[in-house]
Ligand binder design. Structure first.
Ligand SMILES: C[S@@+](CC[C@H](N)C(=O)[O-])C[C@H]1O[C@@H](n2cnc3c(N)ncnc32)[C@H](O)[C@@H]1O
Length: 283
């Protein structure tokens, strides 16, 4: 029985990091004409109201996306780094103006082109229904109420020969931390060129250390870690940081994150936050 609902957390600091990385990875992939296969193994509801009871109950967006001064961020950046922030802001702003926050399926659909294909998996009945309503009618998108872990292996490698996979579980089921390591290694084994974006929450640091050690023992190459924290590591104080483990990132992404993450930390958590960009496994 799944109880996690992303509506309580949409637009928080973790979504900011995740979606910044997602938008820029997909955008870079569209520089080549050939179509892309995008797989979102844990898609969520697709769109979230920042005025909903769920959002108001936690106020997380107020400490995340709504706390950011985008004009200041854009003025502090230049060149490619400014472009990376501008892309993220451009894709969000029309929704923020309406009091909404777009989830990964909607952001991906906005960045991708007519020749690209999106495949969305979501297991929660209510969120799947919302997702369907949000993306129905877009001929590029297939959506299924299935287990994203199992479905990923059946779908990869795709006919398109180019793939970006977002793995964004809720980590509410025992074994999620081990299952994601297994999935990343199996995808990489089947398709060396796949760009894999794995989101992780820092609730107990030991879980993340074990996850990374598992990936380091696997066959995975070209693995990067991007992390943004708003509080020191602790036990029992909830989500203090989050990160993205990325296999085969665009070569521009580490530099962009080195420029942008310190500025996000400065705005979101100047006193106790942290950021990290690290190459965990070389190419
Ligand atoms: C963190 S949310 C996804 C947020 C979304 N990717 C975004 O960035 O907007 C995780 C979602 O995974 C769903 N879920 C949990 N276990 C799943 C599974 N085995 N397969 C597919 N979806 C699952 C949950 O219902 C939840 O909606």
């Amino acid at each position: 029985m799944l109880s996690y609902r992303h509506a309580f957390h949409a637009g928080n600091h973790a979504d900011v990091l995740k979606h910044l990385v997602l938008v820029n990875t997909l955008h870079y992939a569209t520089r080549k004409e050939a179509g892309i296969f995008y797989l979102d193994t844990h898609a969520g509801a697709g769109m979230y109201s920042l005025q909903s009871n769920e959002a108001k109950k936690t106020g997380e967006a107020g400490q995340g996306i709504l706390k950011l001064d985008f004009m200041k961020l854009l003025n502090q950046l230049d060149g490619d780094n400014r472009t990376a922030m501008r892309l993220y802001h451009e894709h969000l702003s029309q929704f923020l103006q309406r009091g909404q926050y777009p989830g990964s399926p909607v952001l991906a659909a906005a960045v991708l082109r007519y020749q690209d294909h999106l495949h969305l998996c979501e297991l929660h009945t209510a969120d799947f229904d919302l997702l369907q309503k949000e993306v129905r009618g877009d001929q590029r998108i297939r959506y299924e109420k299935v287990d994203g872990y199992a479905r990923a292996l059946a779908l990869l490698p795709p006919a398109q020969k180019r793939a970006v996979v977002l793995i964004d579980p809720s980590y509410e089921v025992d074994g999620d931390y081990k299952q994601v390591v297994k999935l990343v290694a199996e995808i990489h084994q089947r398709m060396r060129s796949a760009q894999i974006l794995l989101w992780y929450p820092v609730v107990a640091r030991g879980d993340i250390e074990r996850m990374i050690a598992g990936l380091e023992r696997s066959n995975v190459k070209d693995l990067w870690q991007f992390e943004l924290g708003v509080a020191p590591d602790s036990i029992g104080h909830g989500l203090t940081a989050s990160g993205m483990l990325v296999v085969n990132p665009p070569f521009t992404l580490p530099g962009q994150m080195r420029a942008i993450l310190p500025l996000l930390q400065e705005q979101l958590a100047p006193a106790y936050g942290h950021w990290l960009v690290k190459n965990l496994i070389a190419e």
